[in-house]
Every structure is written in C-alpha cells, then in structure tokens.
Design a protein around this ligand. Sequence first.
Ligand code: 26W
Length: 809
Amino acid sequence: MNYNPSAGEIKTAVAERLSRLFGETPAEATREQMYRAVAKTVTEMLNDKRAGYKEAVAKGKAKQVYYICMEYLLGRSLKTNLENLGLADKYKEALEQMGFSLDELYECEPDAGLGNGGLGRLAACFTDSLASLDYPAFGFSICYEYGLFRQKIVDGLQIELPDNWLPGGDVWLQPRPDRVFTVRMGGRVTETWKDGRCVIGYEDTEDVEAFPYDMMISGGASDSVARLRLWKARATRSFDMSLFSQGQYAKAMEDSGSAEIISKVLYPSDNHLEGKLLRLTQQYFLTSASVQNIIRDHMAVYHRIDNLSDKVAIHINDTHPSLVIPELMRILIDDYFLSWEQAWDITVKTVSYTNHTVLPEALEKWNEDIFRFRLPRIYMIIHEINERFCRDAWEKFPGDWNRIGGMSIISYGQMHMANLAVIGSHSINGVSALHSQILKDTVFKDFYRMYPERFTNVTNGIAHRRWLCYSDKKLAKLLDGTIGPAYRHEPEKLADFKAYSEDAGVIDALRRIKHENKQSFAALLEKKTGVVIDTHSVFDVQIKRLHEYKRQLLNVLDIIGIYLDLKNNPSLDIYPRTYLFGAKAAPGYAFAKRTIQLICMLQKEIEADPRIREKLRVVFLENYCVSMAEALVPAAEISEQISLAGKEASGTGCMKLMMNGALTIGTLDGANVEMRDAVGRDNIYIFGMNAGEVEQLWREGYNSALYYARNDRLKRIVDCLDHGFAGESFADVAAYLLSGQGVADPFMCLADFDSYSRVREAMYRDYLDRDKWTVKSLMNIAGSGFFAADRAVTEYAERIWGLEKFKLN
Ligand code: 26W
C-alpha cells in the first residue's frame, strides 16, 4: 500500500491480510482478527517507510542516536500510528464500510507494558518525538515475555497476575533472524600473546543468543520512522543432541530453559534495587547485544572504527545499561585492537547518561564477587577503568581517600554503577532543573568538582501528540479552531492560547469539554467496573507508582479528615469530590501494598454510607496503565503532585495532566518548580516545605509527634487509623507515622499535612467560581508547551548527542 491510501485501497489491503492471516472475509471476521489485519497493514507501511529512511541515512552518512533502556512503556500502538501517519479518518471510513468501528478495534490491543513507570514511559515518549522531528534514532530494550504485572484488587489486597501481552501485542513485532548476536557470560578469560598482541579468549562460557524483534515507531507527519529493537534470549543450542541421544531428554531441554529465562519477565520494582543475579544478567544481555549491533551497523557503512563517536551517540537511560561502557571498551580493544587510550577516548565521547532518581535504595550496586564470576572480562575492564580513574582523582584530590573512595566504581566489595556511568560518559544530566542541581550538590558532588563541564540539565517532556492531540480530541479541536493547528508540531505555540483567557466563548467551550471528558471517563469506568461516579463532583486525581516518597498516604490522611468532618456533620456544606487513585505497588513492597489497602478500605466504608457518598467518593482504579491514563487524564481537574521535596526527580504525569487542563496541587519538587514558573503562581497550588527546608529539618532532627500533638484535626485523623475502616485496623500505619521502625514518618507527611490541607481547601473554594477556575485551566494548557518531548529531545540532540535532523529530499 502507498503512504497515502484511499479508503478503498485500505479496504482491499485489509481484506487481503484477513484472507492471508486467517482465511476469513471481512463479513466473517471477528474483531480480534480485524485488529490484527489492520495492524498488519500499518506495520508493513512502517517497515517500508523505515527501510527507505534507513537507506537514505546510511547514504547521507548522518549521525544516529541509540537510546538504550531496560524499560519501554509503550502502551498501545494502533491509534498513535494511524494518527501520526494521518490515516485515522480514512481507516475509520474503510472499516465502517466493512462493518467495524475503529474505536472498538483500538480496545482489542493489549498495552505493551514493558516498563514500570516514569523511566519507561519517558523512553516511549522520546522515541515518538525523535521520529517526529526526523532525528535518526534507534531504541534498544528487552522483549520481555511478561511485562509489568496485571493488578487485581481482592478485598483491598493487591494480587499480581502475569501480563501476557504477546498474544495481540506481537503484531507489531518483526522477527529479525538476520541480526542475531551471541552474548557470552561466566566461564574463564584466557590471555595469550600472538604477533605481539594480547589475544583474549574464553573457556567454558555460557552463551546466549540475542534474537531481535523490531517495532517501528512512527513520527507525526515526518519522513522518519524510529526503530525499537527488543532482544529476546534464546539458548545457542536449544537442543543438545548428544544428551538427547543418551536418553536425557529433560537435561537436554534445561539449557534452553535457563537461557530463555533472561527475557521472561520485567522486574516489577521501581526505584528499588533487589540486587538479583538475573537482573545483572538481563542488563549485560541488553547492553552486549546492543553494542555488538551498533558496531556491526557502523562498520557496514563506514568500514572504520575510529570515527565512531562522530557518527554514533549512545544514550544510557539511568544506570541500568551502564555496562555499555565496559562492553564498548571490550569490543574496541579485544576485537578491533585499539589501544586503551584510543578506546577510552571513543567510549567517553560516544556515551551519555541520564540519571532519573536520587533515592539511595535505587542506586545500583552489585556484589563484586558475583559480578566477577558472572562477567569476568567485563570485570577486568571495569577494574582497569577504575584504577586509571582513581589515579586521576588522586591528582585532583591528593590524599583525600574518603572522597576518592566515594567516587570509586569498586569499593568495599561492591560495584557502583552510577559511578561507572559518570566516569564513562561525556554528559550527565538530571531530568528537571531542581533534580540536576541536587545531583551536583549531593550524589555527584565530587564528580561535579572533577568534571564540571560534563553536567547539564534536560527537563523531561511528554509526547504531546499522544497525550493531547489524540487522547483529548475535543480539546485539540478547540485549539485547532483558536490558535490554529501549528502547535501539533510546534508545541511552544500553545502559549498563543493565553490570548483567549478573556474570551467567554472559549472559556465556556473549555468547561464543556472538561465535563464531556468526565462523562466519557465515568461511562468507561461504569462499563468496565460497575462503579458509578458523579460527573458533577470535582475529579481529584493521583496516578503514579505507589511509593512512600510520592506520599499517597498524605492524600489519604486529608481525605480521612474530610470523612471525619462529614461523619460529624453530614449536612456540612462541601462541594462533592471524587478522589481517584491509580497505582501499582512493587510486589515485595509491603508498606506500599498496605497503603493501597487503606485506600480501598476507606473507599468501602464510605460507599456504605449514602449520606457521605453524595459528597465524598474514593475510587481505587484497578490495574492503572498507559491506556487507562489516556482515558483519565483528559477528565482530571486536580492533579496531585505531592512528593516530599527533593525526592521526585521530575515527574511526567504532572505534565500530561497540566496539558489537559488540570490544576496542580504540589510541592516544590521535580518539574513542579518549572511548572510554577511556566504558569505563574496564581495558576498552581504550591504547599509544604521546599527541598532546602526538608534538608534542614532532617539535620535538626525530625519529630513527627510534635506535628501530631500540635494539630487537633491531624491527631483525630491519625487516631482513627487504630480503629480503621470497614473492619480493618490500620494501627500499623499510625505507628509508622508516629513511632516507626527507625525514623517515624520518614517522608514527613505530618510536617506537610497542615499546609496541604489548607491549600487543598483553598483550591476547592476557587473551584466554585467556575469561570475563574476555567481561566486557570486555560493558563495551564497555554503554559504546557515547554513540557513537550519535542523540546526535550531537541535539547538532547543539540546539546548532548550532536545530532542533526535528517530529512528525505
Ligand atoms: C533498580 C531498580 C530501579 C528501577 C527503576 C531503579 C530505578 C528505576 C527508575 C529510574 C525509576 C524511575 O522511573 N524514575 C522516574 O523517572 C522519571 C523519568 O525521568 C521521572 O519523571 C520520575 O520523577 C522518576 O521517579
């Protein structure tokens, strides 16, 4: 099919795929069959387009970026691809003629949930922008057979079910048997001298095949198509014939089982390292296959290795793929016989690193013995990198063992991946202005003194076409009709919307759109869960991973306060509110799971009281995921961004909600700081301590009991946890807040409670003046252009990767 088919051509193409794939005609086909046939026509088109683009990039000898990440939280693809290709309307028409609804087909697609949260979704948003802006880009990740678990809530308890996404998700994957690489682990390294060179050999290694599946990521009205390559692990010999012929069938199969386990499942922990050998194996598997692939592609075009950093940028997304650094060194030295100095120069110039978290429990460390045993050659190389680094550091900080110890990659029997990432990259950035500053002031303070020129900031951004144009079509239409459609490709143009802040017609339309979006979400919720919510209540939304530092608990405490007020006086005059929570807890994170239970039990108790239910509702949304966010974000009115200041690196959900006209209540943390600058103080609700005040309180000694004793309302709230809700006591949560194990209330919910509660009430008062509120909402939409991934990616390309746009003539 050509890139601009008519509805008739689409019909013919789809019918042909239906017949080829299933032997069915459109009249007989099921919805699932139709979805697959439609997706097939789209992948074929994207493959063709990508092939042409790739050839032109090679001919033009343009620099390319390889974005390596353990997580890609893609969600669904069909809608975004059709919209990006500008074909959604024509497919809709063609499908209608065949008796199908395109919207219903969208619902057939499972989310590709190959990520936990922010990190993975950012990778997906960036890939969309890279393709849209015509930057030559490749993503690399793992083809997990099971993505992030499916969450089920039973009596308030989170149950994890396997996320078997491939039936249905596999239509987007193109197997590439021609690009298989072998990844070597374990065994012993041998060194022999041949022709005056040290030749590295291996004995008794466990070899695994990395088998690639390619996914094409379309850009919005661009020439380029980005490619995401997902590696699946396979045994090199899936069958040991000699064992088989000895009658040892089970043993013969064992090998293939142990290799394939590598890509079986995504680790479901967000911001918490478990230190498992399999995770290290996954990381080396991803990095080794990807680096081999990058070098192969480079040599195929240039036939020389010395210009690698001129033509290739490799970006490591957080420290998880930091083994790229020693792996690249290994190939340059062992396979291309470069000197250490040459290889190191190329490596550092090629690699750049983004840090996404400062939480100490997320900083990756590996046991040195396990590491050496699993990756002996990589260990040798890291050891040498570290020796040389420590020598340089000694020159900079003579005699300062403590400082050098803190910067060393290997210390006290552990391998520190963040230190490796910093030492081996020419650029290190955080993901918001505040976070990048915190990196320089704390975690990487000494590195910043050593390499000040390497440190920079790139504030995150979101794929605004997916998160505004395609998921909030009514708002997009209003924008098209007012400021014109240019914002779709130049998101900074959203600022033009400010000019309509006094236009009563536009304000009215904006309010109507929000209400219709609330109705659509409520209808979806009812259809899927049976839960009915009041679309005239204010929708107050907290959607993100469940984590203590994100402080869902602070939100719940305040809701309990409102609940108690209403119980005390059911005729209390408050505007009805619906508190919507969406969050998955890491399976081993007991307190996070307990917080989910608290939300659910509170929900249950409120539901049982019809007088209270009219004014106050709590809804825990089961299995929050990308496609649910696409339905909920356009309906949200209040966005909760209430992390303890200094802990949330950026946040990106905050950007999606802002862009869709929700007003933020938040601390001065992560990107909230820049959001306040973008919208002005009157259009955002800031509360609580800032990062400096949090630090100071820590230093002085935080005593949550003081806040409890001083505030009667807070005291009543915490006290009522003992009795609990719907028959479940939460005395342990009260104890966590007041006595705790170690430190009580480690994320300072009680310290920020009063401020939070007051600001939230002020926000609800403002909500009553709906015109004023809607103007604020408009100002948020108008101020959100900066938070588009197009801007973020352009900054990376220009300031970090040295990448230019490549367009077809
Ligand atoms: C080793 C376990 C582990 C797994 C994932 C550690 C750390 C992670 C991620 C880096 C955590 C993460 O997703 N961080 C989030 O990254 C987003 C994108 O930059 C930010 O917007 C969020 O603030 C940050 O929490």
